[in-house]
Design a protein around this ligand. Structure first.
Ligand SMILES: [Zn+2]
Length: 296
C-alpha cells in the first residue's frame, strides 16, 4: 500500500512528466466517407477574428502542422483588433507571433473590412465574412478550413460569427461548382468553463484519452487479423481505410511547444494585461486543441 506522500509524489511526477513530449492524432485532418477514398489536408486555412487569437487558442495545432512539410498552412485574420485604437500595433505584433508559430508572414493576412470591426458586442454578418474569405479559399486552392466553433472558445461574438460565415461561403462555392470537392470545415472544440483553465491537467487527460484510443485501435486491428486469418478478403473493404480514419484531430503540446506558444502570446505585448498572464498560466488552449468536422 502506497503512503499518501508516495501517492502525492507519483501524481506530481505524472503531471510534470506528461508534457515531456507532444502527442497528436490525425494531424492531417483525414476524413473518409464509406466507399470513397480518403481526403487529407494539403492547403489549409486558419481563419481567426483578432490578432492574438492564433496564439491564444490555436498554437498547439499550428505548431504540430508546421512540422508537417506536406501541409501548406495559411492564416487569415478578419480584423486588425482596433477596438482600442491599436490596430497598426496589433498587426505588427501578429506578424511576429505567426512567424514564431511557424507560418511565414507572407502566408498570413489581416482584413480590415469596415463591416468586420473588432467589437465585443457585434456579430459579424455571414455574407460579409463569406465574401471577404472567398478569394483566399479559391486562389490558394484551400481544401481544409479551420476556425472557431459555435461558442467561439471565449464566447466573443466576433469569434462565433466566423463559423456561419465560412459555412455560407462553402455552400456558395457548392452552388457555383457542384462537381468540385468542397473545402472541408473543422471547428475548435470550446471546452466548458469548468475544464477550460486546467493547465497541465489537460495534457494528462488528453494523453490518457489518446493512449486509450490507440490501444483500442490496436485491439480492433488484432480482431480483424484473427477473423481474416482463414480468408484475408472477408473484412477487407473495397477501398482501403486510411490509418488515421476515425481518429479526431487532437494536438497536445509538450514543454517546448508551450514555451513557443508563450513567446507568441508575449509578442502581443499590447494585450499582455494582468489577466492574460493568468490565461497563459492556466488555459488548456496553451497546451491542447481538439477539432470536430462541421457537416453541412
Ligand atoms: Zn479574439
Amino acid at each position: 500500500m502506497l503512503s499518501p506522500g508516495a501517492i502525492l509524489i507519483l501524481v506530481i511526477a505524472v503531471f510534470l512528466g506528461a508534457p515531456y513530449t507532444p502527442l497528436d492524432s490525425n494531424t492531417l485532418f483525414v476524413t473518409q466517407k464509406f466507399g470513397e477514398t480518403s481526403r487529407v489536408a494539403k492547403n489549409l486555412l486558419l481563419v481567426t477574428a483578432h490578432p492574438d487569437d492564433e496564439a491564444m487558442f490555436f498554437a498547439p495545432t499550428l505548431l504540430a502542422l508546421t512540422r508537417k512539410p506536406e501541409v501548406n498552412v495559411f492564416h487569415l485574420c478578419l480584423s486588425d483588433g482596433n477596438a482600442d485604437g491599436l490596430g497598426s500595433v496589433r498587426k505588427a505584433e501578429l506578424g511576429v507571433s505567426v512567424e514564431l508559430l511557424g507560418i511565414p508572414k507572407q502566408k498570413s493576412w489581416v482584413i480590415n473590412h469596415p463591416q468586420l470591426k473588432d467589437n465585443i458586442t457585434a456579430e459579424w454578418d455571414s455574407a460579409v465574412i463569406a465574401r471577404a474569405v472567398k478569394p483566399y479559399v479559391t486562389e490558394l486552392k484551400i481544401d481544409t478550413v479551420l476556425t472557431f466553433d459555435t461558442r467561439g472558445i471565449s464566447g466573443h461574438p466576433n469569434h462565433i460569427s466566423i463559423l456561419e460565415g465560412v459555412k455560407t461561403l462553402i455552400q456558395n462555392i457548392n452552388a457555383t461548382t457542384p462537381n468540385e470537392p468542397l473545402p472541408r470545415l473543422f471547428s475548435l472544440f470550446s471546452a466548458p468553463l469548468a475544464t477550460k483553465y486546467i493547465s497541465l491537467t489537460s495534457v494528462v487527460m488528453g494523453k490518457l484519452d489518446l493512449y486509450i484510443y490507440f490501444a483500442l485501435r490496436k485491439l480492433e486491428d488484432l480482431v480483424i487479423f484473427v477473423i481474416s486469418y482463414q480468408d484475408p478478403t472477408i473484412l477487407a473493404p473495397l477501398i482501403p481505410r486510411h490509418e488515421e480514419m476515425g481518429a479526431s484531430p487532437v494536438f497536445i503540446s509538450g514543454y517546448e511547444g508551450y514555451l513557443t506558444s508563450l513567446s507568441a502570446m508575449t509578442a502581443h505585448a499590447s494585450q499582455m494585461v494582468w489577466f492574460r498572464w493568468l490565461y497563459v498560466g492556466f488555459s488548456r488552449y496553451m497546451w491542447a486543441n481538439a477539432w470536430d468536422e462541421v457537416h453541412f
